[in-house]
Structure formats: structure tokens, C-alpha cells
Design a protein around this ligand. Structure first.
Ligand SMILES: Nc1ncnc2c1ncn2[C@@H]1O[C@H](COP(=O)(O)OP(=O)(O)OP(=O)(O)O)[C@@H](O)[C@H]1O
Ligand SMILES: [Mg+2]
Length: 418
């Protein structure tokens, strides 16, 4: 069976294996960033209680470009850490391949891979001070000298590199501190410096900011992004915080129950989610149910919502007669006294920068954020009004866009389905 298939390394020629291993422990001053390719990767775990095997990750396909910042985002238990740990080498895929640049890294142990990981728990060496924590990896690396021989990095060179790195993460002057004499944010900077100083081809982050308070999280994420851009390194970042993902990523990968739902830039995902799950996970989303009543051509579709017709972009393959869901973001809907879709106000709250409404349209409840409310008419609870929005701001989905469930290998003993 595929999960007890032979480890791929058994098939690799010894020579090639040794070459990769040596390379990972060699220090290169200049390196081009490398991309990461995840090809048909699956990871199977067993539920301890029920002994059912399930896919923690199923058929993951991701192509990360050199120098790109990509974030894995999704609810708890969806498989984000599992993907990251497979790239780092802490877990072995049961199916598929992972490549760093053009090299298959499946057979390599974590310390043989040209990647470095920053953990949520920092994982610093407690008996070392800041300087020693950052210098550690450099001390065990060697570089290829002009004569082709491997030589350790000189003390001065290590001192200079650590010093430069501590400046980059704004920890200059803290060299002598022990790690228990640092705040959470400072410890995370040490962890970042320790990873970056090795000049790896890819940097991996698993929820690095979740132990920090809200304000520090925002400033640290901005710093991580700025440093990543300056250094030009490829980064794979795990979070379940959608605003963190939006703020730092070139592209976001949305996962649910082991399956990748969508990969795209923050804008693509926000404006064109592939499913209600994605729309709801990234930002706030309103859904209105309707029916496609006409296909006027030029990629448009006319939809009917409670007798009101809208002409919207048809990015999927929706056809006349299909039941659809309109996705509308709270900031693109307005309340007015015009002739739009009738609604009734159920919540009206002044939030300072915006007035927040809940309005009912038939059986659907919509959230509306009316920014800069000063001077605008404020609707009160119980008021009857109308909705206004630009048709260009509407995104449509099939009414029953599929959301996957956990994929079991032996579903017959699934007690829920008895
Ligand atoms: N060693 C393991 N043995 C069995 N099941 C595991 C193991 N590690 C993780 N899992 C399960 O695999 C699934 C994916 O776990 P993973 O840690 O990748 O989730 P995550 O997306 O990182 O979640 P979180 O946001 O909570 O960190 C979960 O159902 C988890 O319980
Ligand atoms: Mg996790």
C-alpha cells in the first residue's frame, strides 16, 4: 500500500545523497533564492482513539517562486503546520514530492536541508546568550576555500555576521543577555536572526507571532516582511490570522481539512473567492441567494434576487437557470432610500470610523460598514430602507460551492456515518 511504500532515499544513489548533505552544511556568502515545489503531497495520520486513518494533507500542489512570500492560512487543524514540517523535513510525505529549487529533498533530514525554521515557541538555546544563539549555526558550518578545501568561518567573520544580523533585527547591544532576560518580541527577533544568519534558501515560519500582544504582532509582521524583502529570501509562513496573512504575503494558500481551497494574491482571494468558505475566511462576507436568468454574453450573467436584477461578471462557468450566491463585502454595500433591494435594519451601531449595520433581506442577514458616517443619514433599528451596491463589486458563486470534509482512508468504520 502507498503508506508503507519504501522511503524514496533507498533508491537514491549514495553519491548524490552525500553531495546534498555536504551542501546543506556549507556556508555560501551569496546565494540565489530558491523556489519550493510541493507536488501531489499527502500526509496520513491516524486518529489515536478511533484508529481511523485520515489525510492531514491531501494532494497538495504548490509552486513557490524564488524570493516569494507565501502564507498558509486556514482554521485550526487544517494541515498548515503539517505542510510546513514536511518542507522542513520534520515529517515525511506519504505521497508526492517536495523540491527545493530543482532538487528532491524528500530523502534529506532537516539539518541537511537548505532551510531554516522560526517557531511559535522561539526554541532558543536557554543556556546561551543572544550572541551565542545567533552564532551557533555559523560555528558548525564550513565554506569552500580557494583551494577547494572546507574551512571553518573565522571568529572575526562570525562576529561581523552576527553583529550585522543583530542590527537588522534591532537587537544591537543585547549580545550578552540570556534569553530569559528578553521580552517575547525580542526573543522572536533572536530566533529570526538565528535563522537568517545562515543565509538559507528558504525561511519557514510557524505562527511566529502568536505569543505576542496584538500591537507587537502588527509591528513585528511589518518588520518580518521588510527584512524578507531586503534579504530577498523565499519565505513560507503559517498563520490562522487572516489580517496577518493579508499584510505580509505575496500569495496566500487557503486550506480546509487537509485540502487546499485556493491559492492567490490577497486581492484575488478577497475579490474572487472560489467558495463561500474562502469568502468567509478572508474578511467579512455577505451572501445573497439568487438565480441566473440570462447570459447576455461578454462574460456577464444576469441574476435575479427577489425580483431585482443585477448584471454581474461571470468568472466561473455559471449558466442560465443555475442557483447562485452573490458575495458582497460589507464595505461595498450601502443603505439608502432609493429603489434597490428592500431591507430592514436589525442592528445599527456607531463604531467611530464607521456605522455598523445588520440588515435583513428575506432570510439573509447582511453586515454593512458605512465608513465616515458623520453627516450621513443614520438608519435606526426597525427602519425599512434599500440596498445599493455597484454591480462590479458583486462576486458570484454556485449556490452549493463544495466545501470538503475530512478525507478518511477507511471510511467504513466512520462512527458518524453509521
Ligand atoms: N503526529 C500526529 N499524529 C496524529 N495526528 C496528527 C499529528 N500531527 C497533527 N495531526 C493532526 O493532523 C491535522 C493537521 O494538523 P496541523 O498541525 O497541520 O494543523 P494546523 O493547520 O497547523 O492547525 P493549528 O492552526 O491548530 O496549528 C490535525 O487534525 C491534527 O490533529
Ligand atoms: Mg499549526
Amino acid at each position: 500500500m502507498f503508506w508503507d511504500k519504501k522511503k524514496p532515499e533507498a533508491n537514491k544513489p549514495q553519491e548524490e545523497k552525500r553531495k546534498f548533505r555536504n551542501e546543506a552544511l556549507i556556508y555560501f556568502d551569496h546565494k540565489e533564492p530558491k523556489g519550493v515545489t510541493v507536488k501531489g503531497v499527502g500526509k496520513i495520520y491516524e486518529e489515536p482513539k478511533t484508529k481511523r486513518k485520515f489525510y492531514a494533507v491531501k494532494d497538495a500542489n504548490i509552486t513557490i517562486k524564488p524570493g516569494e512570500f507565501v502564507t498558509l492560512l486556514g482554521p485550526s487543524g487544517c494541515g498548515k503546520t503539517t505542510i510546513l514540517r514536511m518542507i522542513a523535513g520534520f515529517e515525511t510525505p506519504d505521497e508526492g514530492d517536495i523540491l527545493l529549487g530543482n532538487q528532491d529533498i524528500n530523502p534529506l533530514a532537516p539539518n541537511e536541508r537548505d532551510s531554516a525554521m522560526v517557531f511559535q515557541s522561539y526554541a532558543l538555546f536557554p543556556h546561551y546568550n543572544v550572541y551565542e544563539n545567533v552564532a551557533y549555526g555559523l560555528k558548525i558550518r564550513k565554506r569552500i576555500g580557494p583551494d577547494g578545501k572546507l574551512t571553518p568561518l573565522s571568529k572575526e567573520e562570525i562576529r561581523k555576521k552576527v553583529s550585522d544580523m543583530l542590527s537588522l533585527v534591532q537587537l544591537k547591544g543585547m549580545e550578552e543577555r540570556m534569553t530569559n532576560q528578553l521580552s517575547g518580541g525580542q526573543q522572536q527577533r533572536v530566533a529570526l536572526a538565528r535563522a537568517l544568519v545562515l543565509n538559507p534558501s528558504v525561511l519557514l515560519f510557524d505562527e511566529p507571532l502568536s505569543n505576542l500582544d496584538a500591537k507587537l504582532r502588527i509591528s513585528m509582521r511589518t518588520e518580518i516582511r521588510a527584512i524578507q524583502k531586503r534579504v530577498g529570501i523565499t519565505a513560507v509562513y503559517v498563520t490562522h490570522d487572516q489580517s496577518e496573512a493579508m499584510a505580509i504575503s505575496d500569495r496566500i494558500i487557503i486550506m480546509n481539512k487537509g485540502v487546499i481551497q485556493q491559492i492567490g494574491t490577497p486581492m484575488e482571494i478577497y475579490y474572487h473567492p472560489v467558495s463561500a468558505f474562502v469568502a468567509d475566511f478572508i474578511g467579512e462576507a455577505n451572501f445573497l441567494e439568487g438565480v441566473a436568468v440570462d447570459e447576455p454574453g461578454q462574460g456577464k450573467l444576469v441574476v435575479d434576487v427577489a425580483g431585482y436584477k443585477f448584471t454581474v461578471d461571470n468568472l466561473g462557468n455559471l449558466k442560465k437557470g443555475d442557483e447562485v450566491k452573490l458575495v458582497l463585502r460589507p464595505e461595498s454595500v450601502h443603505i439608502d432610500d432609493g429603489k434597490g433591494l428592500p431591507c430592514k435594519v436589525e442592528v445599527s451601531t456607531f463604531m467611530g470610523s464607521y456605522q455598523f449595520y445588520h440588515v435583513r433581506v428575506g432570510s439573509d442577514l447582511l453586515k454593512i460598514t458605512e465608513y465616515n458616517p458623520r453627516g450621513k443619514k443614520i438608519y435606526q433599528i426597525g427602519d425599512e430602507a434599500h440596498l445599493a451596491f455597484n454591480e462590479g463589486d458583486v462576486h458570484i458563486l454556485p449556490k452549493h460551492a463544495p466545501v470538503n470534509d475530512t478525507i478518511y482512508l477507511n471510511p467504513t468504520i466512520n462512527p458518524k456515518k453509521k
